[in-house]
Design a protein around this ligand. Structure first.
Ligand code: FES
Length: 87
């Protein structure tokens, strides 16, 4: 598992194995848009302020992936113990 802190919502959530960031945010009452939920459409994109994403999507390009500043919350996870998102 890893932690996702939502900077603007002042909330820290734990994402367990088997659940996505998107699911955990929705469980916490965050209204996050999504569409494909397979990492392809770009709808569930969030900005990463801190931490290292583990990209599992097919939406971001190589430069975006390397920059580590964006994450698709429906499929991607974290390499670091904690991600801080601009949400
Ligand atoms: Fe389509 Fe996440 S909902 S990429």
């Amino acid at each position: 598992s890893f932690e996702v802190a939502l900077a603007r919502s002042c909330m820290t959530l734990t994402v367990p194995a088997g659940k996505t960031i998107l699911e955990v945010m929705r469980d916490a009452g965050i209204d996050m848009p999504s569409s494909c939920e397979q990492g392809a459409c770009g709808t569930c994109l969030a900005t990463v302020i801190e931490g290292e994403p583990d990209h599992q999507d097919v939406y971001l390009n190589d430069a975006e992936r390397k920059s580590g500043t964006k994450i698709m919350t429906c499929v991607s996870r974290a390499k670091s113990a904690r991600l801080v998102l601009d949400l």
